[in-house]
Each structure stands twice: as C-alpha cells, then as structure tokens.
Design a protein around this ligand. Structure first.
Ligand SMILES: [Fe+2]
Ligand SMILES: [Fe+2]
Length: 250
C-alpha cells in the first residue's frame, strides 16, 4: 500500500510503532501551531475588533464552502473501492445536510455570517459579496493540490489526520472564542455552525477515516500517514496565521 520513496530522509519524521503514536504526533503539531498560535490566542483573549471578526467570517466562508471540493478531490485520489470512497462521500453528505436543504452547511454558515457581517450582501446561494483574500485562497489550493498527486493512503490520511482529527477541537475553540463578551456587545454572534461541528460532526468524520487507516500497520505506512497528516495540518495552521495578518490590517 505504501508509496514511500526509498530516498526519504529517515531523520525527518519520528519512528512510529502504532497508529496511536501517529495521532499523538500530529496532535502535538496542532497544539503548538494552531491551538497556541496567535490567531486562536487573540480570539480567546477577546483581542480582535468587530471589523477583524467580520473579516474572519467573510474569509472563512470561502474556506468552508470549498470543503466539499476537498472531499471530492479525495474521492478522486483513492482507489475505486467502497471502503475508501464511501466514508468520504458519507462525510460529504453531511455538508449537504444529508439531503435536507435546510441542513446545508452553507446555510448553517450563513447564520454565522449574517450575525457577524450584517452590512455585507449575501447571495441566494450563501456567498458574500466580498473579495476572497490570499490566505484563504492559498489554503484551499494547497489542500486540493496535495490531493491531486496523493496516493490512496495519503488522501485518506490528509482528510483524517490532516483535518478531521482536530476539526472538532479547533472549531469548538473558535465557537467558544467568538462567545467572548468583547465580540457580543453590539449584537450576539450566532455560533451554532461552530458548535454543531465541534460536538457532533467532526468526531464522526474522523472515525470514518480512522476505521480505514487502522488497517495499515507497517512502519512505512505509518510514516506515510503521518507525513500526509502533518503537511495538511501545517497548511491549516499557516492559513490561520496568514489570516491573522490580513485581519490585523483591517
Ligand atoms: Fe461542515
Ligand atoms: Fe468534518
């Protein structure tokens, strides 16, 4: 299964004996770069202005509505076997409210956007009339471009360990951070989009990927899983970091 090249420098990544160790190693990177990064720290401290929070909401809208494309790219990258594509499509179906238009995630996101950026026009298809910034474009493009050349195992690891593993934690931190009194003076922000992801969606999405990844035990496969996870997790960390600069410029 592994497509690891023999030329890889073995000192680059830690040695793994189990999947659990890979999970812990990716989480350590997430803790350092995202949870303790300057974006989440400032958000938790109530340090952003309302214009900066508005910028965040407008930019994340693009990131969020592109997630089904990411999952579609992962489906395109994996072998055409049910055990690979079905969990990804199951995840994607959640983005579509499992078939109920009232539950479309674009619509859920809209409730957050309307409460955060009340002055910005939003189309019937839930797209704000606002330019997409470089940080956001880059984050989406780097995920899609990784998947364009990923092996089956790398694609599943990128979605699982690079995103779903910590999506619940990070989205919960964002939702909780947005509840800071500093951001809720003029009007109350609707954070239900964030909390629904943190509490129910993300743990299940991760489990769908993990169930498949657990079948791969060799040291080579564990390294391939780790590398894909850490590349994509670091790309998300860069997204928050660069978005922080764009927000501070507002
Ligand atoms: Fe979602
Ligand atoms: Fe998810």
């Amino acid at each position: 299964m592994s497509q690891q090249s023999n030329t890889m420098n073995r000192t680059e990544t830690p040695m793994f004996q189990s999947y659990e160790q890979v999970e812990q190693a990716v989480m350590a990177v997430v803790e350092e770069k995202i949870i303790n990064g300057r974006f989440l720290k400032t958000l938790r401290d109530g340090g952003f202005s309302s214009a900066q929070i508005c910028e965040f909401a407008l930019q994340y809208s693009y990131y969020s509505r592109n997630f089904p494309r990411v999952l579609g790219a992962a489906v395109a990258a994996v072998e055409p076997l049910d055990r690979w594509w079905v969990p990804l499509v199951d995840n994607m179906w959640d983005e579509a409210g499992r078939g109920n238009p009232k539950g479309y995630h674009s619509k859920m996101y809209r409730t957050f956007l309307e409460s955060t950026a009340p002055g910005v026009a939003i189309s019937d298809e839930h797209v704000p009339d606002y330019p997409v910034g470089e940080a956001t474009k880059k984050a989406v493009e780097s995920f899609l471009s990784f998947l364009r050349s990923a092996s089956t195992l790398e694609a599943m690891a990128a979605v699982g360990l690079g995103s779903e593993l910590f999506a619940g934690l990070v989205m919960g931190e964002i939702g909780q951070g947005l509840r800071h009194p500093n951001y809720n003076r003029e009007q109350r922000l609707n954070v239900s989009f964030w909390m629904a992801h943190a509490d129910t969606h993300e743990p299940r999405h991760y489990q769908l990927c993990k169930d498949v990844l657990l079948d791969f035990h060799s040291e080579q496969d564990l390294q391939a899983i780790y590398r894909a996870g850490v590349i994509i997790a670091s790309s998300e960390a860069r997204f928050y970091d660069e978005l922080y600069d764009e927000m501070m410029a507002k």
